[in-house]
Ligand binder design. Sequence first.
Ligand code: GAR
Length: 205
Amino acid sequence: MKYPRIAVFASGTGSNAESLMKKMKDLGCEIEFVFSDKRDVGVLEKALRLGVKTYLVEKTSDRATHEEEVLKLVHRHRIDWIFLAGYMRLISASFLQTLQSHHQGATQIVNIHPSLLPAYPGSQAMERAFADQVPHSGITVHFVDEGMDTGKIIMQEQVALQKFESFSDFKMKMHSVEHRLYGQFLENVVTGKIPTLSYKETVEC
Ligand code: GAR
């Protein structure tokens, strides 16, 4: 079966990346590669354990040079979709435009965020919602733009915060919804329910 070529970008523990890798295997396919901008993080170990190719490009220089290195990987593997999964770095407008130019104008880069956006964008979203004791928070899957968790929303699901619930219970519930929701989106992409505009090969690297 021909399926879209998907890369996962992550910076940390990698529970979402792991669940995407496993879901892809369940669908009979493989994540093309996992990329991390941080050394010694759980996601790299998880990918290695699952036999998925990994790349590490640390940000040792300016943003443009770092993104150029990352783009080379995307071009080399003719990636159709990028799934951000705890990737704690903003993507520049020029990186997005380059990707779009290879995908006939489509934005095939998505992110998962642990809040009901536009509420609680940025880091520590679960912690902040918990500290505010909101009656419910939730999970958002959205397209990526150059802002901080500001792109067009694709899917959202509410998660209730019960009175007297501990943070660790709340966090566990939130993660389990994340894994299911992102897995559902991945399945929709792989099965073609969400169409993919394939990578146009015009780049040499
Ligand atoms: C996840 O909760 C993800 O939604 C969040 O980082 C966590 C990474 O956990 N992403 C953001 O906050 C993006 N703004 P993981 O490494 O276990 O997947």
